[in-house]
Each structure stands twice: as C-alpha cells, then as structure tokens.
Design a protein around this ligand. Structure first.
Ligand code: 8YV
Length: 317
C-alpha cells in the first residue's frame, strides 16, 4: 500500500458516485474542484503537484485548465465522449487521455429504444392522464406505433450499431448516416443526412459530439423529417440546432422529440418545458448503477495503469 504522502495528486472536476470516491481516496490525493469557492485560486495552489485530471464527459478539460497544470500527464474521462476535452492542447504537451467506451454502449442503446417508445406511444402523457383522473371523463387520444416503422440512425458507431441490433425485435426497417458506409453492415446507408430524415419515421442521433458534428441536425434535416417524423437524441446537445428544433416543435413541423442531451446542461432553455411534444431526460443514458460502476472501475484501472507504468486500457490519445 502506498504511503499517504506519496499518493499521486489528481484533480477531479466533478464528483463521482460515492463508491468511486471511496475507492480512489486510498490511492490518490484528490483535489475536488467543484468544492472550491475560488476555482482559479484553488487550481493555482495545487497546480505544481497535479499529475492527472479525473473528469466527466460533460465537464471535460479545456485548454485553460490544461495550460494551468504544468505537471499534468493524464486526463481520465468518466464517459465515452471526449468532445469537452481539448485533445489538441493535450496532444501538444504529450498528455495522455482515456475514456470509458463499450461499458456504456448497451445502456445508451436501451434508453434510445425507451425514448422512442415513450415518445411515440406518449407513455409519460398517458401516465399523467391516469393520475389526473382525466381517464374517467373519456379515453386518451390515440398514439403512434414504433414497430414496423423506418428508423434512421445518425452515427453508426458502437452505440448506433447496438441500437440497430436492439431494434431488430421491433421489425423496423433501418437506415443510417455516417461519414462512410460500413462494409460489415447490411443496413441501408444514406450519404446524405436530409435524405435519411426524409426516408425515416424516427431519426435517432447517436453521433459523437465535437466540431465535425456540430448542428448537423439542422432546419433542413428537420424539414425533411416532416410533420409525422420523430427525433430522439442520446448523443450530445451540440449535434442538433436547438433553436431550429424548438421552432419545428412549436410549429409542429415535426411530430415530437425525445432528448437526453441539450445545449447548456443542466440549465436548459426554458422553452423546452412549455412544449407538450417533447420527452425530456437529464443526460442519463449511461445512468444505471451497473454501467456507472463499470465506468468508475475503468477510470480507476486507467489511472492505476498510468501510475504503475502499464499500458492504458482505453486510450484516446
Ligand atoms: C455521462 C457521457 O453522462 O459517456 C459520455 O460521453 O456523456 C455520459 O456517459 C457522463 O460522462 C457522466 O458524467
């Protein structure tokens, strides 16, 4: 067991579940940035000793933070998405970056299916209908089926492919859009996203975030999806042009949207709350006990590998 004074110093940008905090504590000197009253002063005070950042997908590590830490050598991300980490700034300094791929894929795909059903079958509205007593006055309006429909998957990586697999039980037709067709995939490829939206009854976004996909689901794509089309987003808020989506929902030029991710999380645009054709989630696609335990373990395994000179388990850079 390492003597306490020798524990490597790790800056945490936000808390992890208590079981991860308890498992990290004996091995690392943890600096809890979210508890600091004056973040700049806190960083300046601890900067000379900090060798790793343990962050989360949505919190990342920007160039300013990386630049403020002269001894930084590793950024371990609790999350698969590294779009909030300045990878170029890390690369320039030879700082390694790890993430948590694979362990969360199944849960994100599951939530996408749940959101599609919740949205199209209006499950939250039906629950509210029963609770409010409205049922006694008459039956609820009819809804839309999922099975047998055309589903367009935007981004056909690990999560998109797993979602396609989940959906085989729903007898849907699947099309997908990505930068290139996958040779190993029998599904129909659309090089043009608006053409996929036009073809689809339901469009599900599973893309990685970042500059290459920023605002890719834009007003043209939503117009192509049309008044009977539904949108599900389990990727990053940045992939969708939010003002265009709010406009499409307000004017019912698409049928509805289910969103796990937003611009400005967690202080989302108040207009979402006034729409009755959206289903809202608090960025929770990977938020099961099972997956979060696996994510925390992978972060710890990467930290341990790094500090014992072993190969990183899931390096991004
Ligand atoms: C998490 C995520 O919600 O994996 C990602 O990229 O955004 C999510 O799994 C997040 O990292 C946990 O804080």
């Amino acid at each position: 067991m390492t003597a306490p004074d020798d524990r490597p110093h790790v800056l945490m940008t936000g808390p992890y579940p208590e079981w991860d905090m308890a498992a990290l504590q004996p091995h690392y000197t943890l600096h809890r940035l979210w508890e600091a009253e004056d973040r700049a002063a806190f960083i300046a005070r601890h900067a000379p000793s900090i060798r790793a950042i343990a962050t989360r997908g949505e919190l990342g590590a920007n160039a300013e933070l990386i630049g403020a830490l002269p001894q930084l050598a590793l950024i371990a991300c609790y999350g698969v998405g590294t779009d909030a980490i300045d990878l170029a700034a890390a690369r320039d300094r030879g700082i390694r970056v790890t993430n948590t791929p694979d362990v969360l894929t199944g849960d994100v795909a599951d939530l996408a299916v749940g959101l599609a059903l919740g949205l199209m079958r209006r499950i939250p509205a039906a629950d509210a209908y029963v609770r409010s007593g409205a049922w006694a006055q008459g039956n609820m309006g009819l809804v839309t089926r999922l099975y047998g429909k055309r589903v367009g998957i935007v981004g056909f990586g690990r999560i998109g492919v797993t979602l396609a697999h989940r959906l085989t039980g729903f007898d849907v037709e699947i099309g997908y859009h990505d930068v290139a067709a996958r040779a190993d995939s029998p599904q129909r490829f659309f090089a043009d996203l608006a053409a996929l939206a036009d073809w689809s009854d339901l469009l599900v976004v599973t893309l990685a975030g970042g500059p290459a996909t920023k605002g890719i689901v834009n007003a043209d794509v939503l117009r192509a999806l049309g008044p009977n089309g539904f949108l599900v987003n389990v990727s990053r808020g940045s992939t969708v042009d939010e003002p265009a989506l709010i406009d499409a929902l307000q004017h019912k030029t698409i049928a509805g949207a289910a969103l796990d991710v937003f611009w400005n999380e967690p202080n989302i645009d108040a207009r979402w709350l006034g729409l009755d054709n959206v289903l809202l989630q608090p960025h929770h696609a990977s938020g099961t006990v099972e997956t979060r335990r696996a994510m925390g373990q992978l972060v710890r395994d990467n930290l341990q590998a790094f500090f014992t000179g072993q190969p990183l388990l899931t390096p991004v850079a």
